[in-house]
Design a protein around this ligand. Structure first.
Ligand code: CDP
Length: 209
């Protein structure tokens, strides 16, 4: 059986992050949320005035801890710097090395199945309707105490998805061999169960009892 590398891609609030974390936990694999890298680059470049490409070349663990990285503003900033080819190039080695760990790995993002791990034995492309995703993101923000309104959440999400899909450098798209999982009518448990069944059909199982 080959090393288990799970590539999880999809648009914002599709449920890919939650799914990736749960799969990593289930299979005992390290997990990398690659969106956090782009958020950290965008956020630091915005605050310090350094060039995004330069920041991407020297990103360290201390850049990844700021609670504001989860904000919508950091998300917008991330998607702007993510369109710069030098930024992507400077983040490539770290992501490739992470995915090459002997243990296997789970990575989630926008270009994992297409660019970072084109040979991953398991590729999932997680989608959901725009309405379902806007509802989720709205509830998530409100739960974190962010004062916002749903139409604004929807507009910002649509803007970011458009930028991510239309950019020339590694646009958001499903790899030809990715399995499409539409989570519009699924909660996190149902999405996990569906993904797990798919991975087990491919012959991967946990070593546990
Ligand atoms: O959590 P959410 O899906 O909203 O966003 P994220 O995964 O944290 O990603 C933030 C932004 O980083 C995205 O809108 C993309 O522009 C960019 N990104 C990327 O270009 N490539 C990746 N592998 C991951 C994120």
């Amino acid at each position: 059986m080959s090393r288990l590398v799970i590539a999880v891609d999809g648009p914002s609030a599709s449920g890919k992050g939650t799914l990736a974390r749960r799969l990593a936990n289930h299979f005992g694999l390290p997990h990398l949320d690659t969106g956090l890298l782009y958020r950290a680059v965008g956020w630091r470049a915005l605050r310090t005035g350094e060039s995004p490409a330069e920041v991407a070349g020297k990103l360290g663990p201390a850049d990844l801890t700021d609670a504001d990285l989860r904000s919508d503003e950091a998300g917008q900033q991330a998607s702007k710097v993510a369109a710069i080819p030098e930024v992507r190039a400077n983040l490539l080695k770290f992501q490739k090395e992470f995915s090459s760990r002997p243990t296997g790995a789970v990575l989630d993002g926008r270009d994992i199945g297409t660019v970072i791990c084109p040979d991953a034995p398991v590729k999932l492309f997680v989608t959901a309707s725009t309405e379902a995703r806007a509802d989720r993101r709205y509830r998530e923000l409100r739960a974190r105490g962010v004062d916002t309104i749903r139409p604004r959440v929807l507009a910002e999400m649509a803007e970011r998805d458009r930028r991510d899909s239309e950019r020339a450098a590694a646009p958001l798209k499903a790899a030809p061999d990715a399995w499409l999982l539409d989570t519009s009518d699924m909660d996190a448990d149902a999405a996990f169960a569906a993904a797990l069944a798919f991975i087990e059909r491919k012959g991967f199982r946990t070593a546990g009892p």
